[in-house]
Design a protein around this ligand. Structure first.
Ligand SMILES: [Zn+2]
Length: 236
């Protein structure tokens, strides 16, 4: 399996490239480009969330705790005093980072059902829902963010699979085939739960039409967008 640094750097590189393309193509603000880069990078470590006592799992639960606490704080800004807001936010963060983290690891196995393509789809749908309802993003941006998270997850799975081949010795390690899979056939119940969560969450996703419209209205030539002008029009 690829190590943590490889996962973070590859996902961050791909996500920042993708975010640059989307920013140019769709005329997005820089803040959205940063959000997409962060989303793609988080996606790049997400499948290892079930690796207990690992850096990715602790960081991801801390990030989710912080997002939940901040989102709650801004949603209830008018209802509570500063001290109450602050104390509740800390409680939400600690609840997600410790008890929820512990419970999560009681039920998950590393490289199990969450290390699959159907889980990538679930992470994408959940991101679209979170973007719309928790982060209060525009529906087009929520779906773009979902796309970046899915891209990050698929890069992660592909990297793990690539690293399970020992290129120098031309041997295939025992982990080959366990990283990039459609679903975990060893754990059917867990795979069904993933499909069920995806299906239920789908009802809360924002409409995708806004993103399709944004895409259609910005039909720039890809070659003009990607390459410097002097490549396209050589000096006479
Ligand atoms: Zn992995």
């Amino acid at each position: 399996m690829a190590d943590f640094n490889t996962h973070v750097f590859t996902a961050a590189a791909a996500a920042s490239f993708g975010a640059t393309v989307c920013t140019k193509l769709l005329g997005l603000p820089v803040s959205t480009a940063l959000l997409l880069t962060v989303g793609g990078t988080i996606g790049g470590v997400l499948p290892d969330i079930d690796l207990k006592h690992s850096v990715p799992s602790k960081i991801l639960f801390a990030v989710f705790g912080a997002i939940a606490a901040i989102a709650w704080m801004f949603a209830r800004l008018d209802d509570f005093s500063v001290l109450e807001l602050w104390l509740f936010a800390i409680a939400i963060f600690l609840l997600i980072r410790y008890p929820l983290w512990g419970v999560f690891h009681q039920f998950t196995v590393h490289r199990g059902a969450l290390h699959s393509l159907i889980a990538a789809m679930m992470f994408g749908v959940l991101t679209a829902v979170t973007g719309e309802h928790v982060l209060q993003l525009a529906s087009a941006v929520s779906w773009l963010l979902a796309g970046f998270v899915v891209m990050g997850v698929i890069i992660h799975l592909a990297l793990d699979e690539i690293f399970s081949v020992d290129f120098i010795g031309a041997r295939i390690k025992r982990s080959f085939g366990s990283a990039l899979k459609l679903l975990d056939t060893q754990r059917i119940a867990a795979s069904c739960l993933i499909l069920f969560i995806t299906l239920v969450a789908w009802f809360w996703t924002p409409p995708i039409t806004e993103l399709v419209l944004l895409w259609k209205n910005n039909q720039t030539l890809w070659s003009e967008l990607l390459l410097p002008e002097y490549f396209l029009r050589p000096a006479p």
